[in-house]
Ligand binder design. Structure first.
Ligand code: AMP
Length: 444
């Protein structure tokens, strides 16, 4: 099947040709006729499946020029990065049509955006907060909206955008087509759909939670943070095929800490992004990763969500995410648009429970990889890895921990029994049950 088999139009076919897209992806082929029929649609698709173009093609095909120039298509996405990305995809696909697109997001001048909108536009892409501000401000008239696209619905709700979405929908005309895209169907997603939408038709790229079939997954079982760093450095050194690596961590603090370690060895080819970095820094880091200047980009879940970066050769999970869905999102950054991808997870003692949740969620057991012979196993624990027992009398008896931070013991994997402190912690687990927190990890 090619795009010529879809009832598009010359301007759209020509734009697809220019972009080098010949064959529709699964979700593009499946969604087209359903969206064209005018029904509400619930698309279940991760980023990387081509879902953006899946909703853009029929939306642009159905779009007709109107003189008043109020937007007819509203696309809501959770992050600023995604606004920029979707706008550029619209520009690419709509370049031979007269449709004008604008992107709006917070942290930029409201008046400038209001002025751009006043010039007239057909498609608006934005984050919920800024769209609402512009709507309340009177700068953005949403009464002509014919199509509402909510992209990454699950993420939007996880980020707490529910009430903003609801307020935005109050500003829209009743008669419109709703297109909802979500990688996973969480309880919140179901509740939103039940309350606001009329049994949308389901179109699925891959079953919810299932790993993408074109990604090879593997994991290394290691005891602790410092051994993970050793392993990572070893992999970076010995595997030139790892050309473009997205390295995920769960917290901003860990992202910065890892950047210090890896950035020391690879100062010119390592970048980091998380939500404490300012917008320019974030764009810059993503661009340098995109154009190949950076071989490694360290990122937290929220920021990397939905980022479309071409040809990511490897996703490395430095730790397991505490939401199993995020694992699927992370690995979905590689193996995009039906290409092969690799994902490697470093599973430490503190990740084991989260690994189980991920595997349960995917109904898939990630194959365990053999540790490299020359891996140095460290027995130096970080604060988060030290045993935590919330009982005064026990705390008094905790063994002293030597802190010679960063200086790894030169012991080879095969010669080394793994550290005593972990076993002590396991003993504590057995006696007092599982600890409730995983240290810093929850403090996002
Ligand atoms: P998305 O899932 O929308 O984030 O898209 C993932 C990537 O796939 C983007 O870089 C698109 O430009 C690319 N893409 C989308 N559709 C196709 C297609 N039919 N053929 C090749 N690449 C595509």
């Amino acid at each position: 099947m090619t795009f010529r088999d879809l009832n598009l139009s010359k301007p759209l076919w020509n734009a697809l040709d220019d972009a080098g897209y010949t064959k529709p992806t699964t979700i593009q082929a499946k969604a087209f006729s359903v969206i064209m029929s005018g029904r509400d649609v619930q698309g279940i698709a991760q980023t990387g499946t081509g879902k953006t173009i899946a909703y853009l093609l029929p939306s642009l095909k159905m779009w007709t020029f109107s003189k008043d120039r109020h937007p007819q298509i509203l696309i809501i996405v959770p992050t600023r990065e995604l606004v920029v990305q979707v706008v550029s995809q619209v520009e690419e696909i709509a370049k031979y049509t007269s449709a004008v697109v604008r992107g709006v997001y917070g942290g930029t001048n409201l008046k400038t955006q209001a002025a751009e909108i006043a010039d007239g536009l057909d498609i608006i892409v934005g984050t919920p907060g800024r769209l609402l501000d512009l709507g309340y401000h009177g700068a953005l008239n949403l009464k002509m909206i014919k199509k509402l696209v909510i992209d990454e619905v699950d993420e939007m709700l996880a980020l707490g955008f529910r009430s903003q979405l609801e307020h935005l929908m109050d500003l829209l005309p009743e008669r419109r087509q709703n297109l909802l895209f979500s990688a996973t169907i969480t309880e919140d997603v179901v509740a939103l759909i039940d309350n606001y939408f009329n049994t949308p038709e389901k179109v699925e790229a891959a079953p919810s939670g299932s790993p993408l079939s074109n990604i090879n997954q593997g994991l290394y079982r290691v005891p602790n943070f410092n051994t993970k760093v050793n392993l990572l450095e070893l992999l970076l050194k010995s595997k030139p095929e790892m050309t473009k690596i997205l390295l995920f961590v769960s917290t901003k603090a860990l992202a910065d800490e890892l950047f210090e370690h890896i950035g020391r060895t690879y100062p010119d080819s390592t970048g980091v992004i998380h939500s404490n970095k300012d917008q320019n820094f974030r764009f810059n880091a993503v661009n340098k990763f995109q154009d190949g200047t950076f071989r490694i980009l360290i990122a937290t879940d929220i920021i990397a969500r939905g980022l479309d970066i071409e040809d990511v050769s490897h996703v490395i999970n430095f730790d397991m995410p505490d939401e199993p869905q995020n694992y699927v999102h992370r690995i979905g950054r590689t193996g995009r648009a039906d290409k092969k991808g690799e994902s490697i997870s470093l599973v430490g003692d503190l990740d084991v429970d989260w690994l189980e949740e991920v595997q349960e969620f995917m109904k898939y057991e990630i194959p365990v990889l053999t540790l490299p012979e020359d891996l140095v196993i460290s027995d130096v624990l970080t604060d988060a890895e030290l045993p935590k027992v919330n009982m005064k009398n026990i705390l008094g008896k905790l063994p002293k921990v030597k802190d010679d931070s960063g200086a790894f013991h030169e012991k080879k994997a095969k010669n080394k029994k793994i550290n005593v402190k972990i076993r002590y912690r396991d003993k504590m687990h057995a006696k007092y049950g599982k600890p409730k927190s995983r240290g810093d990890k929850k403090k996002k």
